[in-house]
Design a protein around this ligand. Structure first.
Ligand code: ADP
Ligand code: ZN
Ligand code: ZN
Length: 754
């Protein structure tokens, strides 16, 4: 008797586990791990899933359904990817189906991938000059056709006897100011020929112009040290101050891998993936360099996918410059992953699941490929630095800037005192204004950083203190002057600006606090001759506006650029000498155990933009609390002591990296029910974990889009098994979900919340 075969399949569902289907005999030969198959799930619903493994163990359930069809001739997903998905789902407590949804480009596109076809035009036959002239004469009474033919001859640089060249149809049309039917008539006469040619959807330049730069002595020592430590360790943390030339070191490491025939993944935070860095790499590595971010269309993503996987051997990508999700590309042959700005919180996916950390998942992906990982930062995360100090990671330190330019001088400006002495001009201290004046006088450029967009964070009734809030979220509405509206930054809810107080009907509504829009307005008044621009989410909604602003700044068409954290990363401007941080207080007072670490990192990053090429830059930090310990540390660019101080605090109060954390969020549209159910879960967890459970608590934003939120934190000791603890948490949530009425809850789990 022949055996019956079964396949365990991942389906794109939030339900845990794999699903077993029978493999019909006639397709046994073509079902293998990694191929996509069509199956029926539940009642009638058809969906496609991925085969993980094949076996002949009869499942316990009766009526096992059969696979309906196989969708791929060769596996769409390789075994390294399947391993990564499994790890993410186990570590971050989500289903493999949720990972699959995040990882795969849209289903239809992968099903039916078609290369883009462009039509090209060429001569029907190798006409001699004489024949061609006769044809042109013959077209005397069809002048528009004649014009097209003449344009073709010009564009194709026709020469008798030499090879016939093609010209893109769209180019021919525009150059000849013609219409398609004119070309069609020439084609139907056999004079011209229309040829379809597959082309790329991606705008690649295959210019390989420059060999990599030679490293400075300090860079070379660092580079050698990375390689030396790789002999013993798989992960090396490169702690190099801003503008020390980390990127150049990466470029050398990449070159080495490409020479070995390996692929490299170079990850960056979304806002750091600028044209500047793309061009910097393409200049050296040319067409093997691919870029991957979330703004590509699905079709473009599929093309990148194929070029990474080796399906396209001619145009294959061997270096990918990508954001968080580039982790999921089908690398076959990774030698190295670089995680630049490894401390950046945007590496952590928030919503929806999988809530993975791309840095930590990259380390896992590298280990699956037996590849190495470089984590790079000017101010590493406490987690990574701690791993380096403990010897788990290698550590390479680069203390000097390239060209031995000094780190920027930091000036602390006391806003409280300046207000008291009436020295403030709008939101600017004398220290900042002086520095700006001086820079403008020398035609140097300035960046002003304010981590809030909009005109003012809220408006308020000057009589009774009433503040307009969002109807769906527990937040104040932000005033945007340009559009004359109040906007919720959490759900987008927008209303006109009320002329009267909603409480006492007084007309004295006033703006409070300031965002980038207000700074832009006021800077124009203070420096009327300066050319001012603003870069934040509001001014960069269009596809190219981000690049336009950067280019204008590069070309010195802007003197003062005001921006949010968008301007903090990766940018390298030659003529920028002064950076102003307008309000350090709202960074430092954020209620999160990482607030101090983050504000140090952000201030270092922003400062790092100043004075990168010729001379030392200057940074003015405005604060009402000049003696703040973090500010004192930024003043000296003292990362190591910042680390020590934070590590000590976190050890004392038991926070990561000295424990692991799992955050459970319970949401309900009814405030009392969210309280009721989160209390049940809290009690249940406390029975098992005792004091390790914090909460339930209302988060800072306690309602978003009508859903009330309560959070519970579970701290797990480093020496305890995280998988066992996670299992207990899952079981407690299962018990809660079985409570009466609990089906209207939304529960989410966030492992290592960021
Ligand atoms: P980081 O990534 O550490 O912030 P970059 O790699 O951007 O620093 O280097 C800062 C500046 O110095 C850039 O303009 C870069 O082109 C230049 N630079 C760095 N290393 C070299 C080198 N070895 N040769 C020439 N220029 C360099
Ligand atoms: Zn009022
Ligand atoms: Zn809202």
């Amino acid at each position: 008797m022949t055996k019956t075969w079964f396949a365990d399949i991942i389906l794109p569902l939030a339900v845990k586990g794999r699903f077993t289907y029978r493999i019909p005999d006639d397709i046994v030969d073509i079902v293998e791990p990694g191929v996509r198959v069509k199956v029926q799930f539940g009642g009638k619903k058809l969906c496609s899933g991925i085969v993980c493994n094949i076996h002949n163990k009869q499942p316990l359930v009766k009526n096992v359904k059969s696979i309906i069809a196989v969708l791929d001739a060769v596996p769409a997903i390789n075994k390294e990817q399947l391993k990564l998905w499994l790890w993410i789902s186990e570590y971050y407590l989500c289903s493999e189906g949720e990972v699959m949804k995040a990882a795969l480009p849209s289903e239809e596109c992968l099903d039916s991938y078609k290369p883009r076809i462009e039509t090209f035009i060429k001569l029907g036959t190798k006409f001699s000059c004489m024949e061609l002239n006769m044809i042109l004469d013959g077209l005397n009474r069809a002048p528009r056709q004649q014009e097209v033919l003449l344009t073709y001859i010009r564009l194709s640089e026709y020469e008798e006897g030499s090879e016939i060249k093609t010209v893109s149809k769209s180019l021919l049309l525009s150059e000849a100011h013609s219409s398609p039917n004119i070309i069609d008539s020439l084609v139907s006469k056999g004079i011209l020929l229309s040829v379809p040619i597959p082309v790329s959807r991606l705008s690649d330049s295959d210019s390989f112009q420059e060999p990599v730069k030679s490293l400075s002595e300090a860079q070379n020592v660092a580079y050698e040290s990375v390689n030396l430590q790789f002999k013993e360790k798989d992960i090396v943390l490169l702690h190099g101050v801003t503008s020390s030339g980390k990127t150049e070191i990466y470029i050398h490491l990449i070159e080495e891998q490409l020479k070995k025939g390996k692929q490299v993944l170079y990850m960056l935070p979304e806002i750091a993936l600028t044209t500047q860095i793309i061009l910097r790499l393409k200049k050296h590595f040319g067409a093997v360099t691919g870029v991957y971010h979330s703004r590509f269309s699905d079709r473009e993503k599929v093309e990148i996918w194929r070029r990474v996987s080796g399906d396209d051997p001619v145009n294959g990508y061997r270096l990918i410059l990508g954001v968080r999700s580039s982790l999921f590309l089908p690398f076959g042959n990774l030698g190295l992953i670089i995680v630049d700005e490894e401390h950046d919180s945007s590496y952590k996916q928030q919503d929806p699941a999988p809530r993975y950390h791309a840095r930590d998942s990259a380390i896992m992906l590298a280990s699956i490929h037996k590849a190495k990982t470089v984590l790079g930062s000017a101010s590493p995360s406490i987690e990574s630095y701690n791993n380096a100090v403990n010897g788990k990671y290698g550590l390479v330190v680069l203390k000097e800037r390239f060209g031995l330019i000094k780190l920027p001088e930091i000036v602390i400006a006391n806003t409280r005192e300046a207000y008291r002495k009436k020295l403030m001009v709008s939101h600017f201290t004398p220290e900042l204004l002086n520095a700006m004046d001086e820079a403008l006088g020398k035609n140097e450029q300035i960046i002003l950083f304010q981590n809030r967009r909009g005109f003012s964070p809220y408006i308020e009734c000057s009589e009774c203190g009433w503040i307009p809030v969002c109807v769906q979220c527990a937040v104040h509405l932000t005033y945007h002057k340009g559009i004359g509206k109040l906007v919720c930054h959490y759900c987008g809810y927008t209303i006109g600006v009320p002329s009267k107080c909603g409480n006492c009907h007084s007309t004295g509504m006033v703006t409070r606090g300031f965002g980038t829009e207000k700074i832009e307005d006021e800077i124009k008044i203070v420096f009327p001759a300066a050319r001012v621009a603003r870069m934040d989410q509001d001014t960069t909604r269009n596809k190219n506006s981000f690049n336009k602003i950067i280019r204008a700044f590069e070309d010195c068409q802007i003197d003062i650029l005001i921006g949010t954290q968008m301007i903090s990363k990766g940018l390298d401007f030659e003529n920028l000498t002064v950076v102003g941080i307008l309000n350090a207080d709202n960074l430092l007072t954020y209620p999160d155990f990482r607030a101090h670490e983050r504000s140090f990192q952000l201030m270092e990053q922003v400062s790092g933009r100043a004075g990168r090429r010729q001379k030392q830059g200057k940074v003015v930090i405005q604060t009402s609390d000049p003696s703040n310990r973090i500010i004192r540390l930024v003043l000296r660019h003292d990362y190591v002591n910042m680390f020590r101080m934070q590590a000590e605090e976190r050890m004392t109060f038991n926070y990561p990296p000295f424990c692991r954390m799992v955050k459970i969020s319970v949401r309900h549209k009814d405030r009392s029910l969210v309280n009721y159910y989160s209390d049940i879960l809290g009690h249940d967890l406390k029975e098992i974990f005792g004091k390790r459970v914090l909460g339930p608590e209302s988060p800072v934003i306690s309602q978003v889009q009508l859903w009330y939120i309560k959070t519970i934190l579970v701290k797990i000791e480093r020496d305890k098994s995280p998988s066992k603890a996670k299992q207990i948490i899952i079981e407690a949530i299962d018990r809660l979900e079985k409570e009466k009425g609990a089906s209207s809850l939304r529960i989410s789990i966030d492992v290592d919340p960021y």
